[in-house]
Design a protein around this ligand. Structure first.
Ligand SMILES: *Cc1c(COP(=O)(O)O)cnc(C)c1O
Length: 216
């Protein structure tokens, strides 16, 4: 089971939130190099204590006042859910001469509680060239979470919509935006990764299947 998500067809981000460093080290020894966290403090401490060749992914909602703590070392921020936070990431990246890789988090489930842009919002932002001024970020793709549901068809359709948007942006807007460089579609978690991969995901975020259940 632990080796299941190590393969060449897609990247698995092992979601280690709330899990101790020794569990991360165990998966590291299996060959995992991509790990994801959703809290800045936890991410910062784990980055400090664990091997330097780990690629750290920020997958949780990011407050602007914490951006500067993660920008220096983060590999990819999946959870860009507003222009405000994107602007802050850009500013902090510029300060240290780094280009930070980001995904735009899309709200594909229409569940009230989920963060992210709507599809119409993002189309408007891109058509109006609102991303062009951010010279210290690179938008590598999109991230989305499907509804928390047993309805496989619903989940499948939500992923399909995200994949369509991904392809639309890639084919229409990449060439005239120098900070759009799509290669990553982050969709799929423990409960729905198989559906996501079928719908064209190339990055899954797997927590409980690799680390066991979380206690919250
Ligand atoms: C916790 C989390 C995951 C992993 O969830 P599992 O169901 O344990 O695989 C994936 N993505 C995000 C954004 C998360 O917060």
């Amino acid at each position: 089971m632990k080796k299941k998500f190590l393969n060449k067809n897609y990247t698995c981000v092992a979601v280690s939130k709330t899990k101790p460093e020794k569990s991360i080290k165990e998966l590291y020894d299996f060959g995992y190099r991509h790990f994801g966290e959703n809290k800045v403090q936890e991410l910062v401490i784990k980055n400090k204590n664990l091997p330097k060749d780990i690629h750290w992914h920020m997958i949780g909602h990011l407050q602007t006042n914490k951006v500067k703590m993660v920008v220096p070392f983060v590999y990819l921020i999946h959870s860009v859910d507003s222009l405000k936070v994107l602007s802050k990431i850009n500013k902090e990246s510029e300060k240290i001469g780094k280009k930070t890789n980001c995904l735009l988090q899309m709200n594909i489930s229409n569940e009230e509680s989920k963060y992210g842009f709507s599809i119409n919002e993002i189309k408007e932002i891109i058509i109006n060239n609102e991303l062009n001024n951010f010279n210290s970020i690179v938008i590598k793709g999109l991230m989305g979470m499907a509804s928390f549901s047993d309805d496989k068809l619903l989940i499948k359709n939500e992923f399909k919509n995200l994949k369509n948007l991904y392809e639309l942006i890639k084919s229409n807007f990449e060439s005239n935006n120098n900070n759009i460089d799509f290669n990553t579609l982050s969709m799929g978690m423990s409960s729905d990764y198989a559906i996501a991969l079928n719908e064209g995901s190339n990055m899954v975020r797997i927590g409980s299947l690799l680390f066991g259940k979380r206690n919250y």
